[in-house]
Design a protein around this ligand. Structure first.
Ligand code: 13P
Ligand code: SF4
Length: 381
């Protein structure tokens, strides 16, 4: 019987050279059914004390988020990592690109641990260093690279962040994309926006007032991105053809359906959603903004939320005086965020308590140098 690469990846084994993440997780994990998992996590956390800091992204499972010292969106967690100089071990409960950024922003004495190396991001994998270098060469050949600044979403590999720093660009997250684009357009005529076309388009059109026709989509699988020289020369935003498979599921119809089902509902969505979904919503924002909007709304408010389900379920639980529903009828978790579960967190903490450093995320020094420039540019905005 032959097993395909994708089956191996699902099993969390083997290696995937095309991915920004690792796919194997060494070691003896406690079984998920172990009734003592919570006690074991509490004991390991206590043993680590101030040597450890646990960062948890809002999409993490409840069983993991309960152990986070700081929870946040990707911007807040990057800021927290950069501001943190004491903890020897930073357990990053999120995905691989976030842990890489934390490693870049912390000192060489601090070690960043990703409890499961298979926690990657399919969007980050949609832009490889070779593809991006080829795109830039094409832009140079037709004479537009010198008038273009790269703006790269946090959801990208360290190699793409390094490309961005080397070419005078900045990183952005969903909470500062507008500021980042304003900064970039003050420096140059065009922006190469990597790798999420939706965040790029939504921000350019809705926050900066550009038109849809100012945007073109660069398809890395086609020569010259599938565009003509004139299309590239006339565009202000060159959007990489990447997307989030979780947020890509929400459609205009899901918005219409929830409005018909729940009269008076406020629809709030993440800017990784398709443009037509964002246009149909009442509010658009990062995970932090979504939490803030729902928690500060008056009792009796009704919300349909278009983002990852762990966060939406927690908001529903924590706001019993409001009606909070998931925007889609179908269950939709981010499968890679969900790779971090309590068995992996317990295993990683217990290993370190017993002196074995596991799942350390270490970005190559050459890559880290320019990635750090681009990340610090974002933090300075
Ligand atoms: P935030 O920056 O809003 O936390 O989003 C991160 C992410 O991966 C969304 O898919
Ligand atoms: Fe990546 Fe989408 Fe998951 Fe965010 S929700 S980590 S963009 S796959």
């Amino acid at each position: 019987m032959s097993i395909s690469l994708s089956e191996l990846l699902i099993l969390g084994q083997g290696s995937d050279l095309a991915s920004e993440r690792g796919v194997s997780c060494a070691g003896e994990l406690p079984p998920a059914s172990d009734p003592h998992l919570v006690e074991r996590a509490i004991a390991a956390r206590a043993a680590l004390g101030s040597r450890a800091l646990i960062l948890g992204h809002h999409y993490q499972r409840d069983e993991v988020i309960q152990f986070a010292d700081i929870t946040g969106d990707s911007f807040k967690l990057a800021q927290s990592a950069a501001a943190q100089s004491d903890a020897e071990f930073i357990f990053f409960c999120g995905v691989h690109f976030m842990a890489e950024s934390a490693d870049i922003l912390t000192s060489s004495k601090q070690r960043v641990i990703l409890p499961d190396l298979a926690a990657g991001c399919s969007m980050a994998d949609m832009a490889t260093a070779n593809q991006v270098n080829q795109c830039w060469k094409d832009l140079e050949r037709i004479g537009v690279a010198s008038r273009t600044v790269p703006v790269t979403y946090m959801n990208s590999s360290a190699a793409i962040k390094s490309f961005t720093g080397e070419h005078g660009g900045t990183i952005c997250t969903s909470s500062n994309a507008q500021k980042s684009l304003e900064w970039a357009f003050a420096k140059a005529e065009k922006v190469l926006f990597l790798p999420d076309q939706h965040l790029g388009r939504n921000t350019a059109v809705l926050s900066l007032g550009l038109s849809i026709d100012d945007c073109v989509v660069w398809n890395p699988w086609k020569p010259m991105g599938g565009l003509t020289e004139d299309q590239i020369k006339n565009a202000k935003m060159i959007l990489w053809r990447g997307h989030c498979s979780v947020h890509g599921r929400f459609t205009r119809e899901t918005v219409d359906e929830v409005r018909a089902r729940i009269p008076g509902v406020n629809v709030i969505v993440h800017p990784e959603c398709q443009h037509e979904v964002v246009l149909a919503a009442d509010v658009v924002g990062s995970t932090e903004k979504i939490i803030q909007a729902v928690t500060s709304s008056p009792a009796g408010s009704k919300w349909a939320i278009g983002t990852e389900l762990n966060l939406v379920s927690r908001l529903a639980q924590n706001n019993p005086d409001k009606e909070v529903v998931f925007l889609d009828k179908t269950v939709c978790y981010c499968s890679t965020m969900n790779r971090i579960d309590l068995p992996h967190l317990v295993w990683a903490m217990e290993s370190i308590v017993s002196g074995h450093i596991v799942n350390e995320i270490k970005v190559d020094e050459r890559v880290a140098k320019y990635s750090k420039l681009a990340l610090e540019q974002m933090l300075a905005l």
